[in-house]
Design a protein. Sequence first.
Length: 329
Amino acid sequence: MTPTAASSLIVIPCLNEAVHIGALLEQLRPAAARLGARIVVADGGSTDGTQDIVEEAAAEDPRVILLANPKRIQSAAINLAVATFGDGADYLIRIDAHGGYPADYCDRLVEEALATDADSVVVSMLTSGTGAVQKAVAAAQNSKLGTGGSKHRHMSAGEWVDHGHHALMRIAAFKAVGGYDESFSHNEDAELDHRLRLAGYRIWMSGRTQMVYYPRATLKGLFFQYLGYGRGRAKNVLKHRMVPKLRQMIPLLVAPVVLLAFFSLFHWLAAVPFLLWAAVCLGYGAVTAIRQRNSGIALAGVSAMVMHLGWSLGFWQQLLTPRSQRKAA
C-alpha cells in the first residue's frame, strides 16, 4: 500500500507561535496535498499575530483550517480537531508548532503505520538550540542525565514501545479510548499511551523519521516547564495507580535533598546529598563541554539541575495536594 491509500488529519495545537507557524505551514502543505490531508491549527487564543498568519495561509490553501481552542491546552486542541474534522480520516498526525520536521515526515509516518499495522507511531525527539542557554538545555535534554534514558529522547532503529513522542495515531483507536484526558495540561501523551496499551493497541517507534525540538531559551522558562511535567507525571501515577520507573524515582529525591540542605545551618552533613548531586550535574556539564570542545554547553549541568528540581517539586506538589484542590496538570 502507498501513503495515499490512507487519509490523514494533521493537527497543530498552537498558542503564540507567530515566529514558527508560517514556515511550518509552508512546509506541511505539500505533504497535505500528497496525503489528501487537512491541516488544522487549533489555536488557544494567540495574541501575537499567529491567527492572522494562519488565516493568510488558509486563504491560499483550503486544506489549512484555523480552529479556535477555547480550553487553550494541547489535549483539548487535539480532541476538538478530531471531533470536528476526524470523520473519514484514518490517521491523526500531531505536529508541535515549536519543532522542526523533515520534509517527508508525514509520508514516512503513514508508510510505517501501514507497514507495521501499528495503532500509533511515535518518534524520537532530538533537542537543538541556538543561543547559549538553549544549547546548554539541548545538551542536557539529549543526555541520560537530563532525561534518564527515555527511549524517545534518542534515535531508534524501529521498535515496539510503551511510550514515545506522539506523531501519528489511528483515529479509530484514539476515539475508542476516549482521546486525550483534558484534565492533563502536561504528560497527556504518556497517559493516553497507558490507556492504549491497556486496550490492546500497539505503539511503534519510528526508525525512519524523527523531529527536532527547540527548548526554552531561559532557565526560568525551563524550570516552569519541568514543574508542569512533574505535576503531570504525578497525576498520571495517581490516576492509574502506577509505580514510577527507576529513572523517574531518582529525580524525586532532588526536592527532599534541596530541602535537607537548609538544615546544614545546624549540621554540615545535611548539605552532603545536595553537594553530591550538584557535583555530578556540574561535572557532567564540564566533561560534556570538554569532549565536544564547546565551552558554550558547560551550563548543561546547571540546566539538568533546573530540570531535576522543577520535575521533583512539581511531582511532590501534585502528590501532596489534597484531591479536592487538584487542578489540571
